[in-house]
Design a protein around this ligand. Structure first.
Ligand SMILES: *[C@@H]1O[C@H](CO)[C@@H](O)[C@H](O)[C@H]1NC(C)=O
Ligand SMILES: *[C@@H]1O[C@H](CO)[C@@H](O)[C@H](O)[C@H]1NC(C)=O
Ligand SMILES: *[C@@H]1O[C@H](CO)[C@@H](O)[C@H](O)[C@H]1NC(C)=O
Ligand SMILES: *[C@@H]1O[C@H](CO)[C@@H](O)[C@H](O)[C@H]1NC(C)=O
Ligand SMILES: *[C@@H]1O[C@H](CO)[C@@H](O)[C@H](O)[C@H]1NC(C)=O
Length: 508
C-alpha cells in the first residue's frame, strides 16, 4: 500500500478534499449516510456485488442527480440541475458502490482550448500528480487517475475522446481501461463527440478496473451507440477473462514500429523492449512491423487532433468532425438541464468572456488558458453544420484507423497477431485508437529518470475485443509482478517531488 494520501479533512460529518493534489473537486455530503445504509445491507446478508461499500469518484463531466454539481470544472454550469444520474453512475449505485464525489479534470475535458494547463479547471484548480507536482499530471481525466494512484479511492471513472483515460492512467502508474465506443453509455456525460467519447475506468490493478467495467457496461436506450454491443459482449462479463502469466505461451503480439514505436524516447524504448523480452521469456512471440496501412496519418510531432489539416486536408482531419459534434452534442446535453441560462455553445463562449478573470475567455489573460477558448471558437465557427467536409473527414479517420489501420495491423498480412502493443506515452498512437473507437488498456511500466513521471505499456485490440485485451493485460501484469520484475506499480511509488511548488501552467 502507498502511504501518501491526498489530504482528506474530516469536518463534522463532511469530508473536504484534496488541498495538496486537488484530485477531488467536491465531496458528496450524503456519502456517510449512503455508506451506513450499505453497511446495514451487508450486515443483513445482502451483498450487491464485489463493489458493495466501496467509495469512488467520477470525473466532473459525469452527471449525478444528488447534491453534487456536474460542471466539467467550469463555473458556467454551477447550480445547473441534471435530469438524472448518468447511466454509469446509476449502474455503480445499483452495484452498491458509494459515489464519494467528483474528480477534478482539465476543464471541458480539453475541448475548450488547445493551449492550456493539463489538469486545470476554474472550479477545481490545478490537479497535481504525486509523482511530480511541477509537471503535466496527465489528462483530461486528471483527478480520477490521481485519486486512484494516491489511494483516495480504490477506483474512479473518467472519459476519453482522444487519450483522456489512457494518458492520465499511464502518467500516474495505474491501470486504465478505455472501452470500445458503444460499450459504456455516454448518457448523462458532458460530451465532446458522439463518435469518440467513451466512459473509462481507473484502478490500481487490472482486476480492480475490470470489476468496475463489468458494473458499468451495457445497452442503454438513451445512448443509441450502445446498441452496437449486442451479441458482442460475453455472458457474465469480463472478469472471467482475468488470467495468469501462463496464457502468454504461444501468443503473438504486434509492435507497429514505423507507425508508433519509433516516436518513443530512448529511455522508454529501453525499458519497454526489456519488458518485451520478459514476455518472450513467457512464451509470447513479438512481431515487429505490424503497421497501419497508411502510417502517414500519424503525426510525427506528438498528439495533434488536427493533423489532417497539417497534412493539407481539412477533409481528413479528426478536428473537422470533433468541432462539429461538440457544437451539436453540447446543445443536446444542455437542453436537459434546469436552473441554468446556459443553453448553447454561444452561451458558454459569452460566459467565458464575461468572466474572463476566472474562465480565461480571451487569450493571454489566464495562466492556465494561454490561448483563451480557441477550441470553443473553432467549434462555434462550424455552427454544427454536417457538411461534405465533415462526412469526408469522419469517413476518412474511421477507415484509416479501423480496417486500414488497427485491423490491418492485427491481420499482419495473413499471420494474425493476438493484439498490438504500444508505448502509450506516444500520444499519437492512442489517438489512432481514439479515432477508431477501439479499446486500449494501459498497465504501469516504469518512471522517467528526468521527471519522475510514470509511463506504461498499452494493449490495443479491435472493436469489442475487451475480453481479449483483459486476458492479456492481466496475464502481463501477473507476469511482471510474479516474476519480481521492475515493471510494476509497487516498484514505482510516488515521491511527492516538488510538493511545495504551485507553478501554473504546468509545462507539457
Ligand atoms: C523493428 O524494426 C525496425 C525497422 O524495421 C527496427 O529499427 C527496430 O529496431 C525493430 N525493433 C525491434 C524491437 O526489433
Ligand atoms: C501557450 O500560451 C502561453 C501563454 O500565453 C504562451 O507563452 C505559449 O507560447 C503558448 N504556446 C503555444 C504552443 O502556443
Ligand atoms: C464545412 O464547414 C467547415 C467549418 O465551418 C468549413 O471550414 C468547410 O469549408 C465546409 N466545407 C464545405 C464543403 O462547405
Ligand atoms: C479531400 O479533398 C481532396 C481534394 O482537396 C481529395 O483529393 C481527397 O480525396 C479528399 N479526401 C477525402 C477523404 O475525401
Ligand atoms: C520534477 O520536475 C522538476 C522540473 O519541473 C525537476 O526539477 C525534478 O527533478 C522532478 N522530480 C523528479 C523526482 O524527477
Amino acid at each position: 500500500m502507498d502511504r501518501n494520501y491526498d489530504r482528506l479533512l474530516v469536518v463534522g460529518d463532511l469530508v473536504v478534499g484534496g488541498s495538496w493534489l486537488r484530485s477531488v473537486l467536491e465531496i458528496n455530503p450524503d456519502a456517510y449516510e449512503i455508506a451506513t445504509s450499505l453497511d446495514c445491507e451487508r450486515n443483513a446478508g445482502k451483498v450487491r456485488s464485489k463493489l458493495h461499500g466501496l467509495p469512488f469518484l467520477v470525473k466532473d463531466n459525469i452527471a449525478s442527480a444528488d447534491r453534487l454539481q456536474t460542471t466539467a470544472g467550469s463555473w458556467a454550469l454551477l447550480g445547473s440541475v441534471v435530469p438524472r444520474d448518468a447511466f454509469v453512475v446509476a449502474k455503480l449505485r445499483e452495484a452498491g458502490a458509494i459515489l464519494l464525489g467528483k474528480a477534478t479534470l482539465s476543464e471541458w475535458a480539453d475541448m475548450r482550448s488547445n493551449n492550456y494547463s493539463e489538469g486545470y479547471s476554474a472550479r477545481g484548480g490545478q490537479a497535481r500528480s504525486p509523482y511530480n507536482f511541477t509537471v503535466n499530471p496527465g489528462g483530461s481525466s486528471t483527478g480520477s487517475a490521481i485519486a486512484v494512484s494516491n489511494n483516495v479511492v480504490p477506483f474512479a471513472l473518467g472519459t476519453e475522446t482522444d487519450g483522456s483515460v489512457i494518458n492520465p492512467s499511464m502518467r500516474n502508474a495505474i491501470v486504465g481501461i478505455k472501452p470500445t465506443v458503444g460499450l459504456t453509455s455516454r448518457a448523462g456525460v458532458i460530451p465532446e463527440s458522439e463518435h469518440q467519447d467513451t466512459v473509462g475506468v481507473f484502478g490500481k490493478t487490472v482486476a480492480d478496473a475490470v470489476y468496475v467495467l463489468d458494473a458499468i457496461y451495457g445497452i442503454d436506450g438513451r445512448d443509441p451507440y450502445t446498441a452496437a454491443q449486442a451479441g458482442k459482449t460475453p455472458d457474465g462479463g469480463y472478469a472471467q477473462y482475468m488470467s495468469k502469466a501462463q496464457v502468454l505461451k504461444g501468443t503473438s503480439f504486434g509492435i507497429p514500429w514505423a507507425s508508433f514505436w519509433q516516436y518513443a524516447d530512448q529511455e522508454q524504448l529501453d525499458t519497454l523492449l526489456t519488458m518485451l523480452e520478459v514476455l518472450k521469456g513467457a512464451g509470447a512471440t513479438i512481431v515487429n512491423g505490424t503497421e497501419l496501412q497508411h502510417p502517414e496519418i500519424v503525426s510525427p510531432d506528438g498528439w495533434n487532433w488536427d493533423y489532417g489539416t497539417v497534412r493539407g486536408y481539412l477533409n481528413e482531419s479528426e478536428y473537422s468532425y470533433i468541432t462539429v459534434d461538440f457544437y451539436n452534442n453540447i446543445a443536446t446535453y444542455l437542453s436537459e438541464l434546469s436552473n441554468t441560462n446556459i443553453r448553447s455553445l454561444e452561451d458558454l463562449v459569452q460566459y467565458n468572456i464575461d468572466n474572463v478573470g476566472s474562465e480565461g475567455g480571451t487569450p493571454g489573460i489566464h495562466p492556465a488558458f494561454g490561448s483563451g477558448q480557441d477550441g470553443f471558437l473553432a467549434s462555434l465557427a462550424t455552427k454544427g453544420a454536417r457538411n461534405e467536409t465533415y462526412y469526408q473527414a469522419l469517413a476518412f479517420c474511421q477507415r484509416t484507423s479501423r480496417e486500414e489501420g488497427i485491423d490491418y495491423a492485427l491481420r499482419n498480412g495473413g499471420k494474425k497477431v493476438d493484439a498490438l502493443l504500444l508505448p502509450p506515452d506516444v500520444a499519437q498512437a492512442v489517438q489512432i485508437a481514439a479515432q477508431a473507437g477501439y479499446p486500449i488498456i494501459t498497465i504501469p511500466a516504469s518512471i522517467h529518470i528526468d521527471s519522475g513521471m510514470p509511463y506504461g505499456l498499452a494493449i490495443l485490440g479491435t472493436a469489442f475485443s475487451e475480453a481479449t485485451i483483459v486476458k492479456y493485460a492481466s496475464a502481463m501484469e501477473d507476469l511482471f509482478v510474479s516474476s519480481g520484475s521492475a515493471f510494476q506499480r509497487s516498484k514505482t511509488k510516488p515521491t511527492w517531488s516538488n510538493y511545495l511548488d504551485r507553478n501554473l501552467p504546468v509545462p507539457f
